[in-house]
Write a protein that binds this ligand. Structure first.
Ligand SMILES: Nc1nc2c(ncn2[C@@H]2O[C@H](COP(=O)(O)OP(=O)(O)OP(=O)(O)O)[C@@H](O)[C@H]2O)c(=O)[nH]1
Ligand SMILES: [Mg+2]
Length: 211
């Protein structure tokens, strides 16, 4: 059994990734992705998601309607082996004590960590989030999310970003096992949406049932 912790700064897309994964499980698309296996949802808990009336005013970059207060959680089972795995996605707003408690708890109980980094904001600010997390395994996965929002030479920018992420974690003696490039939303006007949505499902399966 694997306990995955999805950690990352506010609005990186942790909850969206978790919801998208549940959608793959429920609709049956999970068998169609690379390394796809039949899996069943055992339990979902998104009750830690709170509505922010009129958008999140503390966060001028982001006027979204909900934010995570208590960690979201999904338990799923691989049908053929019967093995269950849990994914936890705490909130990213570590200035709030209760959110921070969730981050600390999940960073301690997770057996695998996926650091979620969003392409729509400065890396420096997102690194500050990880600097605040004290308990980290020495090997982690990194998910680079919101690929639809990257502008210009995609491959070149991704290479630069990966190098910066590597340097940041290496300085803390943490190595990156693998990078996953994802789109955590079903973005209508993005031509490659299916490929990058699939990457979400392939990422989770790769760390759990296909390990
Ligand atoms: N364009 C685009 N938007 C995304 C993507 N993934 C998530 N979003 C949007 O980003 C915003 C934040 O997503 P959340 O999933 O709430 O982010 P979070 O990391 O869970 O946020 P907190 O829990 O509050 O820290 C929402 O408006 C999502 O619709 C993506 O791949 N592309
Ligand atoms: Mg969230």
């Amino acid at each position: 059994m694997v306990n995955i912790g999805l950690l990352g700064d506010i609005s990186a897309g942790k909850t969206s990734i978790l919801r998208l994964f549940v959608r793959y499980l429920k609709v049956g698309d999970i068998e169609k992705v690379k390394g796809g296996k039949k899996c069943t949802v055992v339990k979902t808990d998104f009750s830690g998601e709170a509505t922010v009336p009129g958008g999140d005013k503390e966060d001028s970059l982001n006027q979204k309607e909900t934010k995570t207060i208590h960690p979201n959680r999904v338990v799923f089972r691989e049908d053929s082996t019967g093995k269950a795995h849990t994914i936890f996605a705490p909130g990213g707003d570590r200035r709030r004590a209760v959110v921070k408690m969730g981050i600390i708890t999940i960073s301690r109980i997770a057996t695998q960590i996926i650091a979620v980094v969003s392409l729509d904001r400065e890396l420096k600010r997102q690194f500050e989030f990880f600097n605040d997390v004290r308990f980290f395994p020495d090997k982690i996965y990194v998910c680079i999310n919101k690929i639809d929002l990257i502008e210009g030479d995609k491959d070149k920018k991704l290479e630069e970003i990966k190098n910066k992420i590597d340097a940041f974690f290496n300085q803390r003696k943490i190595s990156v096992i693998d990078y996953f490039i994802t789109c955590g939303e079903i973005v209508k006007d993005f031509a490659e949406v299916e490929e990058y949505n699939n990457n979400v499902a392939e990422m989770i399966l790769g760390i759990t049932v296909n390990r």
